[in-house]
Design a binder for this molecule. Structure first.
Ligand code: PMP
Length: 286
């Protein structure tokens, strides 16, 4: 459990880390965030997360009160201040305190806070045996509404899909896009393997450009696993030989059942296992 939270320039006791009820991050979901991991005291893919954070800020026209260097230093201070070497880091920027109207113009200063904590999303067993998922009826946000490429504080779209997963007794839901093609899961990107080829939806299919997704594509290239970013339909998932999800929180988790259909042999596939192991080696290297 963390004892210290970094908020607006300093580390404070968890009990004293508070934001106003007038903060537009709370009132309207007006803000952005990143989910990051540190391994062996080093922030994994720190620059990639900072890139995406700054791009999310730009996307919603939020002028951050801190530079990239200050953000990096604040995250490091938070990890050290809590005595962590391996942890999950939540970096958040809200529009700040404003009036009850929607207009962000009246919010004087964005608020930035950082939480470092332990996070285990799924039981260990699921990483060995694979997880069951469903496809949700709730579709992913239209890219011209709230672009999925922006990691905004408004996750209701994903939460509605997550509730469908919970109702179905599974841990994750695959979300289709406005065209009915596969986008991603509520907090993870999705990959399949078909005839030895790794396949994952493209950015233009309405996904968050996952950092873990990019690392997996790099590892696939290194391991000479052929990989392609392409539009996928639900049927492609059903007839896949293997399937797995990627995300900072979940890392790499195999999927062995989708909408009641067994994927491949129903066991964790060889390509998945190879990439999962390579990913764990990669995080150890930093
Ligand atoms: N898609 C969504 C909707 C997410 O929230 C996340 C992050 N949890 C991901 C994909 C995976 O992104 P990353 O690998 O950068 O954590």
């Amino acid at each position: 459990m963390p004892s210290k939270i970094w908020i607006d320039g300093r580390l404070v006791d968890k009990a004293d880390a508070k934001v106003s009820v007038y903060d537009h991050g709370l009132l309207y979901g007006d803000g952005i965030f990143e989910g990051i991991r540190a391994y062996n005291g080093k922030i994994f893919e720190c620059e990639a997360h900072l890139d995406r954070f700054l791009q999310s800020a730009k996307g919603i026209r939020l002028t951050l009160p801190m530079s990239r260097e200050q953000l990096r230093a604040a995250m490091e201070e938070t990890i050290k201040g809590n005595g962590f070497t391996d942890c999950y880091i939540r970096l958040v920027a809200t529009r700040g305190v404003g009036s009850l109207g929607l207009s962000p113009v009246r919010c004087e200063r964005p608020s930035v806070f950082i939480i470092a904590d332990l996070l285990e999303l799924y039981p260990r067993e699921m990483y060995e045996k694979g997880m069951a998922v469903i496809t949700a009826s709730t579709i992913r946000n239209h890219p011209n509404a709230m672009p999925p490429r922006v990691k905004s504080l408004n996750y209701l779209n994903n939460i509605l899909a997550k509730l469908e997963a919970i109702d179905a007794g599974v841990s994750e839901a695959i979300m289709l896009n406005h065209e009915g093609n596969v986008a991603e899961c509520t907090a993870d990107n999705i990959f399949i393997v078909r005839s030895g080829q790794l396949q994952t939806p493209q950015t233009c299919d309405g996904i968050l450009e996952g950092v873990t997704r990019r690392v997996i594509l790099e590892l696939a290239a290194k391991l000479q696993v052929p990989a392609v970013e392409k539009t996928l339909q639900k049927h492609d998932l059903y007839v896949a030989d293997e399937c797995f999800l990627t995300g900072t929180g979940a890392e790499v988790i195999p999927v062995t059942k989708i909408d009641g259909r067994v994927i491949g042999t129903g066991q964790v596939g060889t390509v998945t296992r190879k990439l999962l192991e390579a990913y764990h080696r990669r995080v150890k290297e930093g």
